[in-house]
Ligand binder design. Structure first.
Ligand SMILES: [Fe+2]
Ligand SMILES: [Fe+2]
Length: 133
């Protein structure tokens, strides 16, 4: 059983890795930026996989598309899974830019998009999902 408090703590660790990336990227420091985004990306993949296996309502109907008679719980689960896909995609893109091309400026440009999605996602989970975990 996964404890809601552990999931909340994982959100805060991930928040702080994003903060470390931002500070390092704004200082133009490549190695610590690379380390922070790689750590974020890895921990993000572990965290979202754990949520998908343990606490998210199971996907109903056809994959990521809404089923016709979807319950509110199933709808929440489907939307949170879709947000995981989008957030992992952005994080992976930033990591590749930094690791494979040393393109810190390119990754920094994607940061507000990732941070906005991540903040909205975690707020929603902590408000709508974790109380019932
Ligand atoms: Fe999540
Ligand atoms: Fe989460």
């Amino acid at each position: 059983m996964t404890d809601a408090e552990d999931l909340r703590l994982a959100h805060r660790r991930l928040d702080s890795l994003l903060g470390r990336f931002l500070a390092a990227a704004d200082a133009g420091a490549l190695p610590p930026s690379r380390e922070a985004i790689a750590a974020f990306d890895e921990e993000l993949r572990r965290h979202t996989a754990l949520e998908e296996e343990t606490v998210l309502p199971p996907a109903a109907g056809h994959g990521l598309a809404p089923a016709e008679s979807e319950t509110a719980q199933a709808g929440l689960g489907r939307q949170l899974r879709l947000e995981h896909v989008q957030i992992r995609e952005l994080s992976g893109q930033m990591r590749r830019l930094v690791e494979e091309q040393g393109d810190l400026a390119g990754a920094r440009r994607l940061f507000p998009n990732l941070a906005r999605r991540w903040d909205a996602h975690t707020e929603r989970e902590e408000r709508d999902l974790f109380p019932s975990v």
